[in-house]
Design a protein around this ligand. Structure first.
Ligand code: ZN
Ligand code: ZN
Length: 65
């Protein structure tokens, strides 16, 4: 029996506070794997300058096709 060690595609965590992101996710359009939660997005200009963050709306229970 295989153990699921990888997170699902619909699970993201914040690269700043390292918590799971629920609700809007702020994904860096420059970095391939950089996301911020709503709270940390406030400080994005300080901690992640010069990169554009794109808001990705997430809904619970709905997986993107
Ligand atoms: Zn965060
Ligand atoms: Zn970036």
């Amino acid at each position: 029996m295989a153990t699921k060690g990888v997170r699902g595609d619909d699970s993201f965590w914040c690269n700043c506070c390292f918590h799971d992101i629920y609700g809007p996710r702020f994904h860096c359009t420059v970095c391939n794997d950089f996301d911020l939660c709503l709270m940390c997005n406030v400080t994005a200009e300080d901690m992640h300058p010069c990169h554009d963050l794109q808001v990705v709306e997430q809904k619970h229970g709905e997986k993107p096709v």
